[in-house]
Design a protein around this ligand. Structure first.
Ligand code: G1P
Length: 299
């Protein structure tokens, strides 16, 4: 079984849901406390043991590359001011992992974005993480998927159950439970089904572990839902060809590309923050007349 070493992170999207904040900065650079959302995603990848990140970018996204780069001038200024903690933090970011960028020249859909990584990924299985989906968990979501991959040796999508009225916002999978905990063998996948098209509520979140055959399939995938080349359509073909699993990951997932989801993610991160957490929880108690229990706050 080939080792998974690379993670593809498409970041080419315009971020219209966050305008005007995203007029001049990439949505992936919106901060959760003091780190941009993309850093949380890359840290999940690093904590899962991955060696290389491939960003699929577009015009106006250079701030993301700069964030993970070494900044010689800033480094010098911080050294002169003896800001050791900040220096360490910045070095940590620039040493996190090797980052490679590939341009998606036209916004033709998620499937098209992933296809752009073909040359850099080559003939090996790889991960895809969507920058909008922030997962908070003890074991990183990607690590959970890699552990399952070591047992099943096939493609895996992470899923969560959503209310039926929300299925039209997701790729939805149908399948049968397998002997493995939280794992389903996929029989059908539909991108953003209209009401009545599927009675499943198992929604794909932005974490995929894919066999390299997906690239060849993507070359021949025609536009689907919304006129875009959909990754979900290519996944259906891959699943027909060699089987695919859905894994109900353990943790809390936030859609940080949505205003409310973003706020919820901030609250979750803030509550467990090493220096701000306790004061923030106290503040929540102070401002809420009913005194929320931290355990009850979820996505
Ligand atoms: C994408 C995928 C969809 C998936 C979702 C998860 O949709 O196409 O299958 O369920 O991400 O966040 P998007 O939210 O980019 O429209």
């Amino acid at each position: 079984m080939k080792k998974v070493r690379k993670a593809v992170i498409p970041v080419a999207g315009l971020g219209t849901r966050f305008l005007p904040a995203t007029k001049a900065i990439p949505k992936e650079m919106l901060t959760i406390i003091d780190r941009p959302t993309i850093q949380y995603i890359v840290e999940e990848v690093v904590a899962s043991g991955i060696e290389e990140v491939i960003l699929i970018t577009s015009d106006g996204k250079s701030a993301i590359e700069k964030h993970f780069d070494y900044d010689y001038e800033l480094d010098n200024v911080l050294k002169q001011k003896n800001k050791q903690e900040l220096l360490a933090e910045l070095n940590h970011i620039s040493n996190l992992i090797d980052v490679v960028s590939v341009r998606q020249k036209k916004p033709l859909g998620l499937g098209h974005a992933v296809k752009m990584a073909r040359k850099v990924v080559g003939d090996e299985p790889f991960l895809v993480l969507l920058g909008d989906d922030l997962v908070r968990s003890e074991t990183p979501c990607c690590r959970q998927m890699l552990d399952l991959y070591e047992q099943v040796g096939e493609s895996i999508v992470a899923i969560q159950r959503v209310p039926m009225e929300q299925t039209r916002n997701y790729g939805i999978i149908e399948g049968e439970a397998t002997g493995h905990e939280r794992t389903y063998k996929i029989s059908r996948m539909v991108e953003k089904p209209a009401p009545g098209v599927s009675d499943s509520n198992m929604a794909i979140i932005g974490r995929y572990l894919l066999m390299p055959e997906i690239f060849e399939i993507l070359e021949n995938t025609t536009p689907g839902h919304g006129g875009e080349i959909q990754l979900t359509d290519a996944l259906q073909a891959l699943s027909n060809r060699r089987g695919m699993y859905a894994y109900e990951f353990q943790g809390r997932r936030y859609d940080a590309g949505d205003k409310l989801g973003y706020l919820k993610a901030i609250v979750d991160v803030a509550m467990s923050h090493p220096t701000l957490g306790e004061a923030f929880k106290q503040h929540l108690k102070d401002v809420c007349p009913c005194g929320p229990s931290p355990k009850k706050i979820s996505c």
